[in-house]
Write a protein that binds this ligand. Structure first.
Ligand code: AKG
Length: 255
């Protein structure tokens, strides 16, 4: 399979970012996104703001499923709403997606330390999960320090330019992903993020440390002008600008 929605006529090819005058990323970073599919080491949260974010995820552990993750609560939980709509993040995103931006998906994964762990995230492309053209940008925010031994993300640079690749039903796994290039580990300090294309092939290995949890929060963003083609509106949070064509079922900030 190539998409969860084979019945939809989706454009699942990469369209390079055209940004005449980047205001937050540098021109080199935008060119890097087009060439490699990502921009890493972006500082989003620092100081007391970072402490508050880490404290929120620490308090939210009760929400974790048996897979050590929880999904799509950013329209229900004020703290998550505030994280996905934070102006530092959305300012960067404006260079990639334009002035009107929604966030339609989010996910927190806390990889628990376990020297015997086999819990990996298999190689996949996020565009295969979405009922829309491949125009989304993901932001993966490190809640804890993320490094190779505790299961940081691994990217195959340039793989986004291949479009969607045949994958298995289970986890949308791309077998033998190594044939598409060498994996680059994305090591990050808490509060730093990596921005990446929904077509980039990525995965993360198990956390085999004894005592270093690896929490990471991913949010998926798109231009509000992108139309989700499900035959009905998909819910989203409006992060900046407007949804002028009423494409999304926009949720207000939860109280
Ligand atoms: O946090 C992880 O280890 C995996 C996240 C991921 O693959 C994704 O958000 O698409």
């Amino acid at each position: 399979m190539k998409s969860m929605y084979p019945e939809l006529d989706l454009d699942l090819s990469f369209h390079p970012i055209v940004c005449e005058t980047p205001r937050h990323f540098t021109r080199e970073q935008i060119d890097g996104y087009n060439e490699q599919g990502y921009i890493t080491g972006v500082p989003l949260f620092e100081g007391s703001e970072l402490e508050a974010v880490r404290d929120f995820f620490s308090r939210s552990r009760k929400r974790l499923t048996s897979y050590d993750q929880f999904q799509a609560f950013h329209h229900e939980i004020p703290e998550l709403y505030d994280i996905v709509t934070h102006p530092v993040t959305t300012d960067y995103l404006k260079d990639l997606l334009g002035p009107n931006i929604i966030c339609h998906t989010s996910q927190y994964i806390r990889k628990q330390p376990d020297p015997n762990s086999s819990r990996r995230t298999v190689y996949h492309q996020d565009a295969t999960f979405n009922p829309m053209d491949a125009r989304c940008a993901l932001v993966w925010l490190a809640i804890d320090e993320a490094f190779v031994e505790n299961g940081c993300m691994g990217f195959i640079p340039g793989s986004h330019r291949l479009g969607v690749i045949e994958c298995e039903e289970a986890g949308h796994h791309i077998p033998d992903a190594g044939r598409y290039g060498e994996v680059v580990p994305i090591e990050l300090k808490p509060g730093q993020a990596v921005f990446f294309s929904d077509l980039l092939i990525h995965a993360s290995p198990p956390n085999r440390t004894a005592d270093r949890p690896r929490g990471g929060f991913t949010a998926t963003y798109a231009s509000a002008d992108l139309v989700p083609t499900l035959g009905r509106k998909k819910w989203a949070v409006l992060c900046c600008g407007e949804d002028a064509n009423d494409n999304w079922q926009v949720h207000p900030r939860p109280q």
